[in-house]
Design a protein around this ligand. Sequence first.
Ligand code: ATP
Length: 308
Amino acid sequence: ITGLNGMLNTLVKAASAAQRVFEIIDLQPDIPSEEGHLGVSGEGPCSLAFEGVRFFYPMRPDTMVLDGLDFSVGAGQTVAMVGRSGAGKSTLVGLMLRFYDPKGGRVLLNGTPLTEYNLRLYRQKVGVVSQDTQVFCRSILENLTYGLEPGEAKMADIERAAKAASCHEFIQELEEGYQSMIGEGGTRLSGGQRQRVAIARALLRKPKLLLLDEATSALDAENEGRVQEALDDLVHSVHGSCSVVLIAHRLSTVMGADKIVVLDRGRMVEQGTHEELLKNNQIYAGLVQRQLARDAKAEGAEGAEGAE
Ligand code: ATP
């Protein structure tokens, strides 16, 4: 009887958990993936433009996060977005991926509103490497080819992408190589390894538009160095063949961009190349000076530690 009672308790708990799962499965997305009729045609990279985009999150309608944002990314250009924390950089990535639509203004892809493209087909052409990279509890191979048609990527392409993203080496060291299971119940990857898998995944899709949200923290020094190297290589290798929007935190990445867009309180307040913006001596120049002062201080502290 005690055993039956325990089972009953477990069943009641499982039933209420299942109900919550079904409620989530039944949720209808705000933006249906089959909405829109256009595919992203042509071989080359895409251009992207924000025209007077206004946006607030549904939960906080009184806080305007993007407030008449204008900027453009030319086909094949690498554009770095910089700005203080909370300026709206990650939000605009959410709008580019159509997690949300603007409340005002337009986002244009190759001159046509993003809303006219079929969401599924559009997202197939976009590569994303975000700060909070997710991996699935599947094999490394399935994680790399996630979202591609079966057989679409050849093993040679997969290994090439993994090598370019500096993850081939650690994958080979796993007992079952590319077939090794990762995530819960399998091999747990470090933050840096997850990011490198995400970079390889993005490369494999041969994207027309690449969105990179550079990680700021949560990586140890060695992993951070390797992730940055892999990201730099990625931006370099796709330059011209793919348009890149980079949410950048490191000065060295920003300096290499074709254009730097400075955001402040949801608006574009400056744009230009590194040299042009330094000459302007406005917000960007201030950010650069602060970063250089921080670097010098960190180097000084390291030097003092070494002397001890
Ligand atoms: P960081 O450099 O710190 O990542 P950011 O420039 O990317 O910052 P966002 O993350 O886009 O800035 O946030 C812009 C504003 O929107 C902030 O005020 C933030 O609190 C708010 N915000 C972000 N995400 C949400 C959300 N899901 N719901 C409500 N408000 C949000």
